[in-house]
Design a protein. Structure first.
Length: 313
């Protein structure tokens, strides 16, 4: 466990397909740690190939590493940032109590930001009149309303999904009415944050290779089996990316698999850009991210281990 009291955990973040898991496993294996996933879809059972759980990677020198917040939710239930924050705090306290090092690995920016900066959560009361009023407005109108309330909004992607904008406006209204926070008490989290990414050309190539591997591994069949188990295509589409596009393909919304694969490849690239935008926003809000040099995976693993040794041990 770390000797330097200025940090008590490590976070490894970055966009999709940059090798975060390998780096996190190397850190956890070297420094007696346990992994906490920060991936919004890996929380769900049965979303295995499309979410890239790759549980066989959680091994260091022949020993399996303990991991947390994977396979803890069940479709069609909704698992959200409030659930994640609460479960993260519990897992974090358990790991610390065992005198081990929490190593957080993932790329879901809102989940990471919620635990790093300690979001205050609000559970909304029923307000069907307000919801109906907002639902009747166009996305453009809702976006203008949100920007009026939050002119310093950094992540413009938040304005592209109507449900998300409506939820944000409902939270703002609830706070104006004096609704109190329902956040769980935050433990003493002092993270040393490591960021990793790659040059765009290399990142796009990694995304392409990984997408092909997942399709060949049976990703479409995974989605089909989940649907056959009773989960609607509409619910699967809300999970985004692989689950959305495979669901649409199974419903005959593409001419062929090649068209679906090409459009999904573009969507994942756009997602990676949004992830990097989110991490830059975190830095603008005062979160220190120690970015690794853009070398090979072994070089980045070696650099990450050296940084942890220098700052925590």
């Amino acid at each position: 466990m770390a000797k330097d009291k200025s940090y008590n955990c490590v976070i490894v973040l970055g966009p999709t397909a940059v090798g975060k898991t390998s780096i996190g496993v190397a850190i956890a294996g070297t420094f007696n740690g346990e992994i906490i996933s920060a991936d919004s879809r890996q929380t769900y059972r049965h979303l295995d190939i499309g979410s890239g759980k790759d549980l066989d990677e959680y091994v260091w020198e022949g020993k399996s590493l303990p991991y947390h917040l994977i396979d803890i939710a069940q479709l069609p239930d909704e698992y959200n940032v409030y659930n994640y924050q609460k479960d993260f705090y519990a897992a974090f306290k358990d790991i610390i109590a065992c005198k081990k090092l929490p190593v957080v690995v993932g790329g879901t920016g809102m989940y990471l930001d919620a635990v790093v900066r300690g979001y205050e959560m609000v559970i909304l009361p029923e307000n069907p009149e307000l919801h109906a009023e907002l639902e009747a407005k166009s996305l453009e109108e809702l976006g203008q309303m949100l920007l009026k309330e939050q002119p310093d909004l950094h992540v413009k992607a938040d304005l592209k999904e109507k449900d998300r904008v409506i939820k944000a406006l409902e939270i703002i209204q609830a706070k104006k009415q004096g609704i109190k926070s329902t956040s769980v008490e935050r433990p003493d989290i002092r993270p040393f944050i490591i960021g990793t990414t790659l040059p765009r050309t290399e990142l796009w190539n990694n995304i392409s290779i990984r997408l092909r591997e997942r399709l060949d591994a049976g990703m479409i069949e995974e989605v089909e089996n989940i649907h056959k188990s009773g989960i609607t295509f509409e619910r699967l589409e809300k999970l985004g990316l692989e689950y959305r596009f495979c669901s649409e393909f199974l419903q005959g919304k593409y001419k062929n698999r090649d068209e679906m694969e090409e459009k999904l490849f573009i969507a994942i690239r756009q997602f990676a850009k949004r992830q990097e935008t989110w991490f830059r926003m975190m830095e603008k809000k005062g979160v220190k991210i120690n970015w690794l040099r853009q070398g090979s995976k072994p070089e980045r693993m070696e650099e990450a281990i050296a940084l942890v040794k220098e700052n925590l041990c």
